[in-house]
Every structure is written in C-alpha cells, then in structure tokens.
Write a protein that binds this ligand. Structure first.
Ligand SMILES: NC(=O)c1ccc[n+]([C@@H]2O[C@H](COP(=O)([O-])OP(=O)(O)OC[C@H]3O[C@@H](n4cnc5c(N)ncnc54)[C@H](OP(=O)(O)O)[C@@H]3O)[C@@H](O)[C@H]2O)c1
Length: 342
C-alpha cells in the first residue's frame, strides 16, 4: 500500500465505522494516514488504534483536503452531500449506505464478486456497496448459479438490531431492561417494540407498495450484481427485526434451474472461499449469529430438498452484518480504488 495515502473514515463512531477502523488497523494502515470523522455530536471522542488513541473530528468540506480515499459509513442523507464534497476534493469515495445503490451511473461493487469494476473506467470517483443481506445472498447464490443456475430466491432475513446502528443497539438494551423490570418500553428507532418481540418491518415501506426499502433493496441490488452475468434470479423476501444484537440469519428457499442432489449443492457451496459450510445437524452444528461475529465468511447449513421438488434447495445462513456485510467491503473496495494508477 502507498504509505502516503491519506484515508478519512466518516461515521467512525458508528457500528460500521468502528469495524472499519479496526479493519484498517489489521491492514496495517498507520495512525498518521488516518483521519476519523463524525458529526458534531461525537467530535472530540477518542478511539483506540492499536497502542495509540485517535481523536474524532467534526466533518466539514475542509476535512477532505489532501485525502486520497474517503470511506463513508454514514446514514444515506449524510452520504449524499459528503460524497459530493469528497469527490470535489479529488478523493476516491466508497459509500456503504443505500444513497447510491440504485444509481446506474455509480458502480455497485461487492469485492470478491465483481471487483473488476474497481479497475474499470467510470464517471466520477464514487462507488456504492450492497447491503449486508445482499452481500450474503450474492456470496451464496453465485456458486449455486455456476453449478446449477438459479431461477428464484425466497428469503426471510432475521436482522439483529445493530442493523440500525448505535441507536438500534441502545433501544434493545433499554427495552430489555425495562421489560425485565416490569415496565412497558416505548419504541423510537424501530416501528414497534423489538424487545422480546419480532417486527416484520425493517426501514419504511416504499410509497404505495407492500415492500419495505430493505426488501426492495435486495431485489434491486441482486439485479444489478447479477445482470452482467446474464442471469438475474428473482429475489424477494421479508425482513424481520429480531431481538438479537449482532449478526443476521437468512432462511432461504432457492429454486435452481436444474434439480440438484443436496450433496452436490453442498459441494458447490464448499468450493467458495466466501462461505463456510456448517452442516452437521446431528451434531448440532449449523449457522447461528453467535458463531458468525467477526468471521469474514458467510455461514451456510441446514441444507435440504424435497424429493417432490428437487429443484428447490432450502438452507439457513448467517452473516456478520457490520463486518462482512459492510466494513470489509468498504475497506477492500477503498484500498483497491486507491491503488489505481492515477
Ligand atoms: N449496521 C449495519 O449492519 C450496516 C450494514 C450495512 C450498511 N450499513 C449502513 O452503514 C451506514 C452506517 O450505519 P451504522 O450502523 O454504523 O450507523 P450508526 O451506528 O448510527 O453510525 C452512524 C455514524 O455516522 C455518523 N453521522 C451521522 N450523521 C452524520 C453527519 N451528518 N455527518 C457526519 N457523520 C454523521 C455518526 O456520528 P455521530 O456519532 O456523531 O452521531 C456515526 O459515526 C448506514 O448508511 C447504514 O445503512 C449498516
């Protein structure tokens, strides 16, 4: 890596931002190369960086001067203006929010899936990343597509509250404490109480639509990722907010283009470096959110099919939403962009 590269992480105090900072440390980025930014709410906060401590600054247009790379781990509204400012300052920009995922002119990149886009020519200096659920879906579907073709996917995503950032984590902590003390907690971040409950709504519903923004995002992002492969699986499902903190669980029904014995499907999934197959149910070995935290692979298991419909494959998967599903993509895409010849 170019030791003169200067990197700004915006949203450094968030669930994803903290993972980004720790991933950059693992990638041997020095403290001198790094500037940590957030809103004025957490300006002055200090974050550990190995043996050192870095102070978080309030972001402004001036913050991006001299930066080669800006990693945006901010809410979509903030990303929209910050991406513009950072590009104007001449930096490469990677955004993990939903702000640019639907914009055809902005490449939607999942490192390890379509990394070639990071070397291609495109207008602007901005790249968008898919959501954590789409990241997991693409990692699982690609080896199945290569082996058998994939026609359709039905997914139920059970999403831990850290998907809603620090506020989501705080809300589950407070609601759990209140409920255990016999008090009735209020819902602020989530549309309904999530403590000791399941909420079949993640993000607002689209206008005049039965689908939420989260669910519609999977369909759109999978279409963008798979279109260049000439084969777009129909992806639809339900996003459920569940009362766990970290990790998402995905219950998947995949209709393949040809019948596949479960052993062959398992072998195809085992061949992918993006996946870890945990599929010994008799020994109580299967994917669980508690196992996937800090793991860069997506876990898959509970593989089954019905003899009556051998083209349908049923499985369960988990993904570390803030790590594998966000921070790793941000850092990998960013460092590759920054390594492009100028
Ligand atoms: N959490 C996940 O699993 C996940 C997965 C994939 C993608 N994402 C996306 O990643 C982004 C960050 O999510 P998160 O979960 O890390 O949220 P979070 O915990 O709420 O953190 C948000 C971060 O953005 C900062 N921020 C908010 N408004 C800002 C502004 N106007 N200017 C500068 N900084 C601002 C916050 O700073 P303060 O501390 O000053 O408020 C904080 O550092 C979101 O777009 C989210 O959709 C999240």
């Amino acid at each position: 890596m170019n030791e003169n590269l200067r990197i700004a992480v915006v949203g450094a105090t968030g669930v994803v931002g903290r993972e980004v900072v720790s991933t950059l440390f693992d990638r041997e980025v020095t403290a001198e190369q790094l500037t940590l930014l957030a809103s004025e709410r957490s300006a002055g906060e200090e974050l550990d960086y190995g043996e050192e401590t870095l102070e978080v600054e309030k972001v402004s247009a001036e913050s991006f001067r001299g930066m080669g790379l800006v990693l945006l781990a901010t809410p979509a509204e903030a990303s929209r203006s910050l991406a513009h400012l950072a590009q104007s300052a001449g930096a490469w920009v990677v955004d993990v929010s939903s702000a640019f995922r639907a914009e055809g002119a902005v490449p939607l990149v999942l490192p390890g899936f379509n990394s070639e886009l990071l070397e291609a020519n495109f207008k602007g200096r901005l790249v968008a990343l898919p959501s954590a659920v789409t990241t997991a879906l693409a990692c699982i579907l690609e080896p199945l597509r290569q082996a058998f073709g994939v026609a359709q996917v039905q997914v139920t995503a059970m999403m831990g509250v850290s998907s809603a950032g620090n506020a989501g984590v705080r809300e589950l902590e407070q609601q759990t404490a209140a409920l255990l003390s016999g008090r009735d907690p209020e819902a602020h971040t989530f549309p309904q109480r999530v403590g000791f409950n399941l909420v079949p709504q993640v993000l607002p519903f689209l206008a005049n639509s039965p689908w939420t923004e989260e669910e519609a995002g999977w369909t759109l992002e999978c279409a963008r990722l798979f279109a260049p492969r000439g084969e777009v699986p129909v992806v639809a499902g339900t996003a459920v907010q569940v009362p766990t903190f970290h990790g998402h669980g995905l219950s998947l029904h995949v209709r393949l283009k040809k019948p596949a014995p479960v052993d062959q499907a398992r072998a195809a999934l085992k061949g992918s470096p993006a996946l870890k197959v945990l599929d010994s149910p008799g020994e109580k070995v299967y994917p669980m959110p508690s196992l996937v935290t800090a793991d860069p692979t997506v876990h898959v298991g509970r593989l089954r099919s019905f003899p009556q419909s051998p083209e349908w494959l049923t499985l369960f998967a988990t993904v570390d939403n803030a790590g594998r599903g966000a921070a790793l993509n941000l850092v990998e895409a960013g460092l590759r962009l920054a390594a492009r010849p100028s």
